[in-house]
Design a protein around this ligand. Structure first.
Ligand code: COA
Length: 139
Protein backbone atom coordinates (compact mmCIF):
# COMPACT_ATOMS: atom_id res chain seq x y z
CA UNK A 1 0.00 0.00 0.00
CA UNK A 2 1.41 3.41 -1.02
CA UNK A 3 0.54 6.52 0.95
CA UNK A 4 1.65 10.15 0.71
CA UNK A 5 1.60 12.41 3.75
CA UNK A 6 3.28 15.59 4.89
CA UNK A 7 6.38 15.20 7.02
CA UNK A 8 8.98 17.04 9.08
CA UNK A 9 12.50 18.28 8.24
CA UNK A 10 13.84 15.69 10.75
CA UNK A 11 12.19 12.82 8.83
CA UNK A 12 13.77 14.01 5.59
CA UNK A 13 17.17 14.30 7.27
CA UNK A 14 16.97 10.74 8.57
CA UNK A 15 15.81 9.30 5.21
CA UNK A 16 18.61 11.16 3.42
CA UNK A 17 21.20 9.40 5.58
CA UNK A 18 20.24 6.16 3.83
CA UNK A 19 20.76 7.50 0.30
CA UNK A 20 24.33 6.72 -0.80
CA UNK A 21 24.17 9.27 -3.65
CA UNK A 22 24.04 12.35 -1.43
CA UNK A 23 27.62 13.05 -0.38
CA UNK A 24 26.69 16.27 1.42
CA UNK A 25 23.66 15.90 3.65
CA UNK A 26 21.02 18.60 3.98
CA UNK A 27 20.29 19.18 7.65
CA UNK A 28 16.82 19.45 9.16
CA UNK A 29 17.55 23.04 10.19
CA UNK A 30 18.56 23.91 6.63
CA UNK A 31 15.27 22.46 5.32
CA UNK A 32 13.29 24.27 7.98
CA UNK A 33 14.98 27.57 7.17
CA UNK A 34 14.28 27.22 3.45
CA UNK A 35 10.58 26.42 4.05
CA UNK A 36 10.18 29.23 6.57
CA UNK A 37 11.16 31.69 3.88
CA UNK A 38 8.85 30.35 1.15
CA UNK A 39 5.58 28.40 1.06
CA UNK A 40 6.15 24.77 0.22
CA UNK A 41 5.69 21.14 1.15
CA UNK A 42 7.55 18.24 2.71
CA UNK A 43 6.14 15.05 1.26
CA UNK A 44 6.82 11.62 2.72
CA UNK A 45 6.02 8.51 0.72
CA UNK A 46 5.13 5.40 2.72
CA UNK A 47 5.02 1.83 1.53
CA UNK A 48 3.11 -0.47 3.87
CA UNK A 49 3.21 2.30 6.52
CA UNK A 50 7.03 2.58 6.36
CA UNK A 51 8.59 5.87 5.12
CA UNK A 52 10.60 5.08 1.99
CA UNK A 53 10.82 8.37 0.10
CA UNK A 54 10.61 12.15 0.37
CA UNK A 55 10.21 15.25 -1.78
CA UNK A 56 10.80 18.81 -0.58
CA UNK A 57 9.44 21.61 -2.76
CA UNK A 58 8.71 25.31 -2.42
CA UNK A 59 7.52 28.31 -4.40
CA UNK A 60 10.60 29.87 -5.92
CA UNK A 61 8.46 32.76 -7.05
CA UNK A 62 4.68 32.99 -7.50
CA UNK A 63 4.78 31.24 -10.87
CA UNK A 64 7.48 28.57 -10.29
CA UNK A 65 7.13 25.52 -8.02
CA UNK A 66 10.61 24.12 -7.35
CA UNK A 67 11.35 20.48 -6.44
CA UNK A 68 14.43 21.04 -4.29
CA UNK A 69 15.33 17.53 -3.09
CA UNK A 70 13.82 14.10 -3.46
CA UNK A 71 14.85 10.52 -3.00
CA UNK A 72 13.68 6.94 -2.60
CA UNK A 73 15.46 4.40 -0.38
CA UNK A 74 17.66 2.08 -2.49
CA UNK A 75 15.67 -1.08 -1.66
CA UNK A 76 12.44 0.49 -2.93
CA UNK A 77 13.49 1.95 -6.27
CA UNK A 78 12.02 1.29 -9.72
CA UNK A 79 8.63 0.58 -8.22
CA UNK A 80 7.08 3.89 -9.23
CA UNK A 81 7.36 5.71 -5.87
CA UNK A 82 9.21 8.71 -7.32
CA UNK A 83 6.52 8.98 -10.01
CA UNK A 84 3.78 9.02 -7.37
CA UNK A 85 5.58 11.87 -5.57
CA UNK A 86 6.19 13.78 -8.81
CA UNK A 87 2.46 13.50 -9.65
CA UNK A 88 1.61 15.06 -6.30
CA UNK A 89 4.31 17.75 -6.67
CA UNK A 90 2.86 18.72 -10.06
CA UNK A 91 -0.70 18.76 -8.65
CA UNK A 92 0.44 21.11 -5.88
CA UNK A 93 1.88 23.42 -8.56
CA UNK A 94 -1.64 23.60 -10.07
CA UNK A 95 -3.04 24.37 -6.62
CA UNK A 96 -0.54 27.26 -6.24
CA UNK A 97 -1.52 28.48 -9.71
CA UNK A 98 2.07 28.18 -11.00
CA UNK A 99 3.06 28.28 -14.64
CA UNK A 100 6.23 26.19 -14.34
CA UNK A 101 7.55 23.22 -12.38
CA UNK A 102 11.32 23.14 -11.96
CA UNK A 103 13.96 20.64 -10.77
CA UNK A 104 17.75 20.86 -10.64
CA UNK A 105 19.79 17.70 -10.84
CA UNK A 106 23.23 16.49 -11.89
CA UNK A 107 24.66 14.25 -14.59
CA UNK A 108 25.60 11.67 -11.95
CA UNK A 109 21.96 11.19 -10.87
CA UNK A 110 21.12 9.02 -13.87
CA UNK A 111 17.72 7.74 -12.65
CA UNK A 112 16.56 11.28 -11.94
CA UNK A 113 17.58 12.35 -15.46
CA UNK A 114 15.60 9.41 -16.95
CA UNK A 115 12.60 10.18 -14.82
CA UNK A 116 12.54 13.86 -15.82
CA UNK A 117 13.00 13.15 -19.53
CA UNK A 118 10.26 10.48 -19.37
CA UNK A 119 7.92 13.03 -17.75
CA UNK A 120 8.41 15.61 -20.50
CA UNK A 121 10.70 18.04 -18.70
CA UNK A 122 13.05 20.18 -20.82
CA UNK A 123 16.61 21.18 -20.00
CA UNK A 124 16.61 24.96 -19.68
CA UNK A 125 19.98 25.78 -18.08
CA UNK A 126 23.35 24.50 -16.83
CA UNK A 127 25.33 25.96 -13.97
CA UNK A 128 28.55 24.17 -13.06
CA UNK A 129 27.48 20.55 -12.33
CA UNK A 130 23.77 21.36 -12.06
CA UNK A 131 21.26 20.87 -14.84
CA UNK A 132 17.94 22.71 -14.67
CA UNK A 133 14.80 20.98 -15.96
CA UNK A 134 11.45 22.73 -16.37
CA UNK A 135 8.01 21.91 -17.67
CA UNK A 136 4.85 23.94 -18.12
CA UNK A 137 2.20 23.14 -15.54
CA UNK A 138 -0.48 20.97 -17.13
CA UNK A 139 -4.03 21.79 -16.05
C1 COA B 1 15.68 9.34 -8.79
C2 COA B 1 14.87 8.45 -7.85
C3 COA B 1 14.14 9.36 -6.87
C4 COA B 1 13.87 7.64 -8.68
O1 COA B 1 13.06 6.89 -7.77
P1 COA B 1 12.24 5.60 -8.21
O2 COA B 1 11.17 5.43 -7.20
O3 COA B 1 13.16 4.48 -8.47
O4 COA B 1 11.60 6.07 -9.61
P2 COA B 1 10.32 5.43 -10.29
O5 COA B 1 10.30 3.96 -10.01
O6 COA B 1 9.12 6.22 -9.93
O7 COA B 1 10.67 5.66 -11.81
C5 COA B 1 9.89 6.50 -12.60
C6 COA B 1 10.43 6.57 -14.01
O8 COA B 1 11.75 7.11 -13.99
C7 COA B 1 12.54 6.46 -14.95
N1 COA B 1 13.58 5.73 -14.25
C8 COA B 1 13.77 5.66 -12.91
N2 COA B 1 14.89 4.98 -12.63
C9 COA B 1 15.41 4.62 -13.82
C10 COA B 1 16.58 3.92 -14.19
N3 COA B 1 17.45 3.48 -13.29
N4 COA B 1 16.83 3.72 -15.50
C11 COA B 1 15.98 4.21 -16.41
N5 COA B 1 14.87 4.88 -16.11
C12 COA B 1 14.59 5.08 -14.84
C13 COA B 1 11.64 5.63 -15.72
O9 COA B 1 11.14 6.45 -16.73
C14 COA B 1 10.56 5.28 -14.76
O10 COA B 1 9.44 5.02 -15.47
P3 COA B 1 8.96 3.50 -15.67
O11 COA B 1 8.27 3.15 -14.39
O12 COA B 1 8.07 3.59 -16.84
O13 COA B 1 10.21 2.68 -15.89
C15 COA B 1 15.78 7.45 -7.10
O14 COA B 1 16.55 6.74 -8.02
C16 COA B 1 16.71 8.11 -6.10
O15 COA B 1 16.34 8.35 -4.95
N6 COA B 1 17.95 8.41 -6.52
C17 COA B 1 18.96 8.97 -5.64
C18 COA B 1 18.65 10.36 -5.23
C19 COA B 1 18.48 11.28 -6.39
O16 COA B 1 19.11 11.14 -7.43
N7 COA B 1 17.61 12.27 -6.18
C20 COA B 1 17.42 13.28 -7.14
C21 COA B 1 18.45 14.34 -6.94
S1 COA B 1 17.94 15.81 -7.74
Amino acid sequence: MTNLRSGSPEEVESLMRHLPEFSTQTSASNIEKRLNEKPGQIMICESNLKPIGFLVAYLEDPSVFYNWIMGVLPGHRKSGFASVMMNQFEKTAVHYNCELVKVKTMNKYRSMLSLLIARGYNITAYEEAKITFERNVQR
